[in-house]
Ligand binder design. Sequence first.
Ligand SMILES: *Cc1c(COP(=O)(O)O)cnc(C)c1O
Length: 518
Amino acid sequence: MCDMSTSERVSATERAVIEGIVERATQFVVDPPSGDDPVITLASPAMLAQVFGANVGLAFDDRAMAHDDVAVLDAVEEIIRYSMHTSHPRFVNQNFAGPDPISVVGDWLGAALNTTGATFEVAPVFTLMESAVLGKLGRIAGYLPANADPLPVLPPGLFCAGGSMGTLLALQLARHRHQPDVAVKGSNGDRLALFVSESGHYAAGKSAALLGIGTDGVVKVPCDRDGAMIPEALEAAIDDSVRQGSVPFAVIGTAGTTVTSAFDDLGALADICEERGLWLHVDGCYGGSALFSADHEGRLQGVERSDSFVWNLHKMMGMTQQCTALLVKDPHQLAPCFAAKADYLFQTDKLYGEYDSGDRTFQCARRIDVLKLWLSWKVRGDEAFRERIDHAVAMASHARASIAASNGAFVPVVSGDFTNVVFTWVPPDLRVAVAAAETTADGDLRVEDLSAELRSALHGCPPLIKAQMQEQGSGMIGFQPVHGMNTFRMICMSTSLQRDDVDALLAAIDGGGRSACS
Ligand SMILES: *Cc1c(COP(=O)(O)O)cnc(C)c1O
């Protein structure tokens, strides 16, 4: 049987699959799981293999056969059922959460038009959208004056494949400024040193490894208790590394650390970098979006003095992954650092070639990540972007208040003042002892002053509680050692997260603790 007439692009089966997936995905986007729906339906790898065995199978045989639309759409149902429901308000596990629905369909549209952002000739509209959005982000960050050209031919940066990639590119720019022939000659032998806080993202170390600086060239600068770099410690670390024969070239300031959402004092870092001629890169992957809110933009004061700034719109702003802007203060530095001048692509004698972005970055093909952001911003306007940030911080404040009112069931470890709340659960029989322990001026538990037994009893609970929550699907929350002890990290970010959800999460932790860790 043949269901494909020669004039049709897609067969009846393909059409049924396309329409079936669009319908299910649309349904998921407009009405995602919430309330008591499971955040995750946990299945072991063996169970997952078995589930798909009832339709199309997960693995491929040596001779993979074609399946009909019914079997494929059955598989799609299982994909949705067993995937993490990051749109559920009780997913507070990571520095991203459910996507902005407009960004999802923006991604679909970009995929449907399937092009690359590398040249104007194949991405005329998207090239200008990048210029528009980067111009706007550049003005918000203070890289450009308020009256700057809203559609610059040379925008102040580019979109790239994630925050780690943005950090890698920024550090190559920094190294290029330090040694302008590095792209041609390789390292001149300087033992380069790069400075980032102890709470900074591991992308610094990974980038140093790739750039040939080596992870030994990454100096981890001490932080205060909340996770912000101590500027005096940075100065001391720079002096120290010079004494040891290293050549400092760059500092990474973090605006919103991954675990405690702490902000380094960028103004103080800029003073130090200006005085010593160091490149200041700001890792605003997580907290850069605070700039959208008048109430929170002050946390990034000084960012306008940095040389580069990486900003993940796929985190706090809910764009689908990925959507990362790398802003650079002097975009003229991009081409000398990254150009390969491929004459089959970047012809100098073609129409509008001056708009081509491809030779200003490392990537060749580049996804059209700007489209979804452009669409969402046009649909929502600045005001909704501001509300998103303010709502997130309000939910975190609510979590702090609920923890404070929990009669010792929960204690803050780094309560912070932005979106992340780091705390732990205390078994009932230990509450008196923990209540008597030392706290900071902010009321955070001084973990390092606890007795070894108490600390190890508290340390053991989060993994057990989390495992039980995963089994029940009652919430997804991360844990990690902070000040040497396992603690929970509630990341308040999704627009759907409400006070009831925060309290339901705390109740699920308490219930899990009583049954798994008492
Ligand atoms: C997430 C994150 C990164 C890395 O961004 P990716 O897009 O995941 O590569 C870098 N720095 C901080 C502070 C982050 O939170």
